[in-house]
Design a protein around this ligand. Structure first.
Ligand SMILES: [Zn+2]
Length: 98
């Protein structure tokens, strides 16, 4: 991957990756909360075993980690962007992201 990409393209791609990342975070949190609610309210949702719900949470967290590793990378150099969702510059290649 070249580091001589068009800065506008880098910022545009970063925005797409950032919005996908927000969706992934929201979906992950939603499903984790949903599992907790299902566990707390068997009267509404029916009985699920603890291991089923814990298993579901492990699967969703693992999916989130894998998705983040693929999505949350610098559009310029392809390195992982770290925990800051509002990062302005890539800490590896110093490309401007937004
Ligand atoms: Zn970079």
């Amino acid at each position: 991957m070249t580091q001589k990409k068009d800065p506008d393209k880098i910022m545009q791609e970063f925005r797409q990756r950032q919005s996908r990342q927000f969706i992934a975070i929201a979906a992950t949190l939603f499903i984790i909360c949903l599992c907790a609610v299902i566990y707390k309210r068997p009267d509404i949702f029916g009985e699920f075993s603890t291991s089923t719900l814990v298993g579901a949470q492990i699967v969703i967290i693992a999916s989130y980690v894998v998705y983040t590793a693929v999505n949350w990378i610098c559009p310029s150099c392809g390195k992982y962007l770290g925990s800051d969702i509002n990062r302005k510059f890539c800490k590896k290649c110093k490309a401007r992201l937004q």
